[in-house]
Ligand binder design. Structure first.
Ligand code: CTP
Length: 410
């Protein structure tokens, strides 16, 4: 089932390292080629000899070998290994290693390798309940999730310390299932394609301290960028102001105003195969931008009028100049939803439009979304509530299908 898959298993210091022996044995049984890397503290729990016997491969612990006689590839060994792997799994992932990875610290072989890998990384955290629930650990895990690393959530139960709570590493069977599912679902169907994704709100300045904005968090666009990268695409993410971390293997360009977003998107338009406009671009911007902060005494009246002008419709502009690119737009409607979305798809010459609903568990700020995807040929798919990452894959499935149909015609 995992025949020919190359997997690096990283082991960090924690009592559940003993369970990782079963993981390595299970992955081997399924036909995977497994190489184990241990942190020095992991060797306090299980010996490298155990893992080297189970994996049938050399186990690496130290960044630097004891003598130069051991090889001439010191310094590049982690790079060679990084290029070799299809997947890296860290189990158990201690609070310490999670913190290091979240902050790019590379102070041992395992953490250096993490910085160098191009393949996806799965982590199975394991630690005591208070360490796990500690705000710093939770923040670090959030950073890793935003970066596109996959987390096998720890289980609840009795812990080695005697305390009861969440923090126990997932059982070996669950970890092996997760790896199998990962390979079953992984698609590299967008390899060789260039995708430009826009995300977040735009801010339209009134004066140096005030702006007109909207509640877009940027999550949907960031998840699309992440999912595109996971499927092998080269990704450019043009984003308005957000607090989100840049997903791995994504080139990010930050903008503030709709005008700046327009300029960047247009600059790259001819070089890309797909544009997915998930940004909530402001439709209007103040006509006059005040150089100095507006003071109340400058505005003697009880009411103030702010004159706005229409911004450039980026998607419409792209639609009018479309060559072979696939264009995907978003629509947020409150009434006549389907008719309005279909009209938008036609007006802007799009291939797909994603109709967003606003409500409980869907829309601005949520991690989930409820959408209907409508294609140019009238096909419509209404999806149940799912995570924004899953929605991203559904959109990319449609994009991939358009590529396939195009290739069949050739
Ligand atoms: N969009 C854009 N440029 C703008 C405004 C919107 O490219 N200046 C894109 C959005 O990124 C989205 C799609 O157009 O993909 C739909 O945006 P929306 O604001 O909902 O639609 P509008 O066409 O502006 O119409 P309305 O606001 O009247 O519904």
């Amino acid at each position: 089932m995992l025949e020919g898959r190359k997997i690096i298993v990283g082991v960090t210091g924690g009592i559940s390292a003993y369970k990782t022996c079963y993981v390595v044995r299970g992955l081997k049984k399924l036909g995977a080629d497994v190489k184990v890397i241990m942190t020095p503290s992991a060797t306090q729990f299980v010996t490298p000899l155990t893992f080297s016997t189970l994996s049938g491969n050399e186990v690496i612990v130290e960044m630097f070998p004891a003598s130069t006689r051991e090889g001439t590839d010191i310094g590049t060994k982690h790079i060679n290994l990084a290029l070799w792997a299809d997947l890296m799994l860290i189990a158990p992932a201690s609070a310490n290693t999670i913190a290091k990875i979240a902050h790019g610290i590379a102070d041992n072989f395992l953490t250096s390798l993490v910085l160098a890998i191009r393949c996806p990384l799965i982590l199975a955290p394991a630690m005591d309940v208070d360490m796990y629930l500690n705000e710093v650990t939770q923040r670090n895990l959030k950073i890793l999730k935003e970066l596109g690393y996959l987390i096998i959530e720890p289980e609840e139960g009795e812990l080695a310390s005697g305390l009861v709570g969440v923090g126990r590493m997932a059982e070996p069977e669950r970890i092996i299932e997760f790896v199998k599912d990962f390979f079953a679902g992984v698609k590299f169907d967008l390899k060789g394609k260039k995708i430009l994704v826009t995300a977040g709100p735009t801010y339209e300045p009134i004066d140096p301290v005030r702006f007109i904005g909207n509640w877009s968090s940027g999550k949907m666009g960031f998840e699309i960028a992440k999912a595109s990268a996971h499927r092998g695409a080269e990704v450019i993410l043009v984003t308005g102001p957000t607090n989100l971390g840049t997903p791995k293997n994504v080139r990010r360009i930050d903008v503030v105003t709709s005008d700046q977003m327009f300029n960047v998107v247009v600059e790259f338009y001819d070089q890309v195969d797909v544009v997915i406009m998930s940004a909530a671009v402001a439709d209007y911007t103040p006509i006059q931008k005040f150089e100095k902060k507006l003071k109340k005494e400058d505005l003697p009246d009880e009411t103030v009028e702010l004159k706005l002008k229409k911004t450039k419709d980026i998607l419409k502009y792209l639609g009018e100049r479309k060559k072979s690119q696939i264009l995907v737009g978003f629509a947020l409607e409150t009434d006549n939803v389907l008719e309005n979305a279909i009209q938008k798809l036609k007006d802007k010459n799009l291939d797909l439009i994603v109709l967003n609903t606003i409500g409980e568990g869907s829309g601005f700020g949520y991690d989930t979304n409820i959408v209907t995807i409508i294609s140019k040929d009238g096909e419509m798919e209404s999806l149940p509530k799912m995570t924004k990452y899953e929605v991203a894959h559904k959109i990319l499935d449609k994009v991939s299908l358009i590529f396939k149909k195009g290739e069949m015609k050739k």
